[in-house]
Design a protein around this ligand. Sequence first.
Ligand SMILES: [Zn+2]
Length: 163
Amino acid sequence: MAFSLLNQLRQINRHLVELPCPGCGQFDPQLIWRYDRYFLRVNLSVCRHCSLVYLARGMKDDTQARFYGQLYPRLMRQPPASKAVWNYRLIAGYRFSEISNVVGQCQSVLDIGAGLGFFLEACRAHGCEHYMGLEPGGPQRDHAVQVLGLGEHVRPEELDEQT
Ligand SMILES: [Zn+2]
């Protein structure tokens, strides 16, 4: 089971493509951290044009459909197993410090696709004054809001003109 999951992630890794900055559409990323979650080489980066932090490699079309249809529910099992929780928290802490090392410490954070909320929890723990997450997934958002106590800092929305 675990082995086949790793094999499927490796396959997806081979199909990742360069993505433009979702903020300004440019292809000019400064690399922050090559690997983030799930062993995927996603190239967490900061855009040299608009300073948005984003994943500069990702999935398109078929690969994305396969990932969210088949793998994501297995990776994001609800509620997360207790041994997974410390791992999520550790990775969120690494992500926070890698981003801060490159862009400096942020006082305002908007986390688009906040998931279970561990990154926002790390922001809160490091003294960010303003932090907000958008997470359309109900079970993930419930974890962030209730278990991690992020409350009204996480909203049930996707990113659109209004939000
Ligand atoms: Zn940009």
